[in-house]
Design a protein around this ligand. Structure first.
Ligand SMILES: [Zn+2]
Ligand SMILES: [Zn+2]
Length: 491
């Protein structure tokens, strides 16, 4: 039995250039385990079995007849596969789902680990030798932001239909001064945000462009995932609507009401501070041609201005963030206007929505053309995006909120190019943009699919938070709790 298994593995391990490359890549990681196995082999007394018990349950059994030098090599080779499994939780081991081949027009295919652009690096001055070098992929916690650097991560780049490869909409903006700001938290975006390993205590500021669920539907996940790992409230900024019920303050209040069971049941179990939410609603009707934008956040050298966008109802806004000579604009959803383009003039990075053409949307999403057209009419087509960018002239233009499929990318770039010839990227989830005065570099992040909370910034010497008293009323009925298992009880 053991020899059959060994034969199968032996056959699988032909020494080809591919296997050579495979092992070379993993040699470092496996050295420690090889040493360990060699030690186990040396200290075993040639009895029936070697058990390598510390391989996370992937127990390796080798029969008596393989106990010779050749068998040690086989054990080592087999263990390399096991090591790959064990270490796959390292973010750097993440494999993108698709192989990087080029589309017909020469763009990388989506989900292959390369940003959808032909200009991943935009430099201010050509031939500048002193430019910061970045690794091919962004890996959380491996890079420190410079004092004059801004990092924008497109946490979610998609639409209301949540896709496994594309969540709805969310951005994370990290600044060299240590500030972190979330803009929108659409459905499905929190796992990617969590995987970026920013300490939850530092993820307590959310700016909302508008209250469509593809921009705020992830708030329960944000509230819960980050909330139990910090003991301070989540602060939410956003505009008021034309009626009290339609503003961000009402939204936050209603989210908290909807979470009443959740909050009460966790009281006394975890600290209550993280279960609180505070709305910072600003007037969504204050804007006029004379007062086109309003300063809604001004802390720690960071200024955020809100301005109205053309998206169905009052209360939909775009944001312009300015800090330390760097700037970014995100307009949420909109029918493109010259006004919003003016608000983004001269910005470093301009993230603007980009919508698929109605016939493709109708065909691929199995919806009547009339409905597809009605939705597309509320959004921004690729040629219009080019017109917006040609007024704003950002250092980098980003189209987001787009259905990224191989057959949608080329036509979108062609349409954009018909009205604009500056650097443009189409966003994918976990696309990272590093912005400095000298250059803008766009890459894809590799993150851990099973990541844990990042450590809190200052835990040393901190006492665990005091818990509020647990509820006494309305608890699970005693006739149920009386039947709980007791440790000393034997059935
Ligand atoms: Zn949207
Ligand atoms: Zn919307």
């Amino acid at each position: 039995m053991a020899s059959t298994r060994a034969k199968r593995h032996n056959n699988a391990l032909k020494w080809t250039p591919q296997t050579r490359a495979f092992f070379a890549k993993r040699r470092k990681k496996s050295t420690r385990l090889l040493r360990h196995l060699a030690w186990r082999y040396a200290t075993s007394n040639n009895t029936a079995t070697i058990w390598s018990g510390d391989l996370c349950g992937n127990t390796l059994e080798i029969g008596n007849q393989l106990m010779n030098t050749r068998s040690l090599l086989l054990v080592a080779l087999l263990s390399i596969f096991t090591v790959t499994t064990v270490l796959a939780e390292e973010p750097g081991d993440y494999n993108f789902p698709r192989e990087c081949i080029a589309t017909e027009a020469g763009y990388p295919v989506p989900l292959c680990g390369k940003p959808l652009t032909k200009t991943p690096v935009v430099v201010k001055q050509k031939g500048d030798k002193a430019l910061k070098k970045y690794p091919e992929h962004f890996i959380p916690e491996k890079e420190i932001l410079a004092d004059n650097e801004m990092r924008i991560t497109v946490v979610g780049s998609g639409n209301p239909p949540l896709r496994r490869g594309q969540a709805s909409t969310s951005l994370l903006v990290e600044l060299g001064n240590g500030d972190n700001l979330i803009i929108d938290v659409g459905g499905g975006t929190v796992p990617a945000l969590w995987s970026l390993r920013v300490p939850p205590a530092l993820l307590d500021k959310l700016f909302v462009t508008h209250l469509h669920l593809d921009h705020v539907g992830g708030i329960f996940g944000l509230w819960d995932s980050m909330g139990w790992a910090r003991n301070t409230p989540l602060h939410v900024w956003g505009a008021s609507g034309s009626m009290p019920d339609l503003g961000v303050a009402a939204f936050v209040e209603n989210v908290q009401k909807a979470g009443a069971w959740h909050t009460l049941s966790k009281t006394g179990v975890i600290a209550s501070g993280g279960m609180k939410m505070v709305a910072h609603e600003f007037d969504g009707q204050q804007f006029t041609p004379e007062k086109p934008r309003a300063l809604v956040y001004d802390e720690n050298g960071v200024k955020i201005y809100a301005f109205p966008v053309d998206h169905i109802l009052i209360g939909a806004v775009g944001y312009r963030l300015e800090w330390n000579g760097l700037s970014m604009v995100y307009t949420g959803d909109s029918i493109p206007t010259k006004f919003e383009a003016e608000q983004a003039k001269g910005v470093d990075v301009f993230l603007h929505e980009l919508f698929i053409d109605a016939p493709t949307f109708s065909e691929k999403n199995n919806m009547p053309l009339e409905v597809a057209e009605s939705v597309a009419d509320e959004h921004t087509s690729a040629d219009m995006l080019g017109r917006v960018f040609s007024i704003a002239k950002p250092r980098l233009g980003v189209g987001t909120h787009f259905f990224i499929n191989e057959y949608t990318v080329d036509p979108a770039f062609a349409e954009i190019a018909s009205t604009y010839n500056g650097p443009v990227v189409i966003a994918q989830d976990l696309m990272v943009i590093n912005v400095t005065p000298e250059q803008i570099v766009t890459r894809m992040a590799k993150t851990d699919l099973l990541s844990w909370a990042a450590p809190a910034p200052k835990t040393e010497g901190q006492k665990p938070p005091k818990l509020d008293p647990a509820p006494t009323e309305g608890r699970t009925q005693s006739w149920v709790t009386k039947t709980r298992f007791k440790n000393d009880e034997i059935e």
